[in-house]
Design a protein around this ligand. Structure first.
Ligand SMILES: [Mn+2]
Length: 263
């Protein structure tokens, strides 16, 4: 497993400042969340030279997390759906420019303002849009990976293993296993039993099973020992990306994971 790190839109650091900070911690790869205000502009700018210059100062491998703020691949409104696909297409292009092999995407949520009988329509919308995105991704050699979501007021179409399985089997997407998100719905370890073969990226953080708190491993109720053992048994060799919300918590997470991996 490669212990990596993710940017967070509220760190309030420039990309360079963040990369300088994590350079000292020997983490790799770095997952770039494109919602970051500094990064999102590269989706529409004609040149990404500045970004390439910054990234190439370091030896990191990069992963991309597609924008999710205001982006909903399962939205029933087709005008917005088209815009969401466009955002993903531009994301793939950017990923390919910076040599990122994996793009993690959220599939969006089903608004609680709709009657539940339209839930399956939303799922089908997401599936058909993802198919289009995957086709494009295959052409440029990027892997699209769907992340399981956390509990929120709107209905998640990617909360449980069966839902993810339905989507990946119909779209050829891979799976980004977010351990903390899984814990807001159910026992996170069952995702490995049911979806192990699809996992290409893992997000690691803790919570108490209620809300998506992004705590340091050990500060919530997740049994990481069990999860890491299952991933080892699966011979999972991909990224394990720390997703916490303060620089201090990044340092504490590095300690917590190395302890977990030793025992
Ligand atoms: Mn995540």
């Amino acid at each position: 497993m490669k212990i990596g790190i993710s940017t967070y839109t509220k760190f309030n650091l420039s990309v360079k400042e963040f990369l300088d900070f994590v350079s000292q911690l020997k983490l790799d790869p770095v997952e770039l969340k494109l919602d970051d205000v500094e990064l999102i502009k590269y989706l529409t700018s004609s040149s990404i030279d500045d970004l390439l210059k910054t990234l190439s100062r370091y030896n990191f491998k990069y992963l991309v997390h597609a924008p999710y703020i205001g982006v909903n691949l399962s939205i029933i409104n087709n005008v917005m759906g088209k815009a969401a696909v466009k955002v993903m297409e531009k994301t793939l292009q950017l990923a390919s420019y910076i040599n990122a092999e994996i793009v993690t995407v959220h599939v969006g949520r089903f608004s609680k303002d709709y009657p539940l009988r339209y839930l399956s329509l939303a799922v089908e919308k997401a599936v058909s849009r993802l198919k289009k995105i995957v086709k494009e991704a295959e052409n440029i050699g990027v892997t699209v990976s769907v992340e399981n979501s956390h509990k929120a007021e709107d209905v998640s179409i990617a909360a449980f293993p069966e839902q993810i399985e339905y989507i990946v089997q119909r779209t050829s997407c891979r799976f980004t296993y977010d351990i903390g998100h899984a814990n807001t719905f159910t026992d996170p370890s069952i995702f490995i039993d049911q979806l192990g073969e699809y996992i290409v990226n893992v997000h690691i953080h803790d919570n108490n099973g209620e809300r998506d708190e992004h705590k340091v491993m050990g500060d919530g109720n997740i049994n990481f020992k069990l999860i890491l053992n299952k991933l080892k048994r699966l011979r999972y060799n991909g990224p394990m990306v720390i997703e916490v919300h303060s620089l201090r918590d990044i340092e504490r997470s590095v300690e917590a994971i190395s302890k977990l991996l030793k025992t």
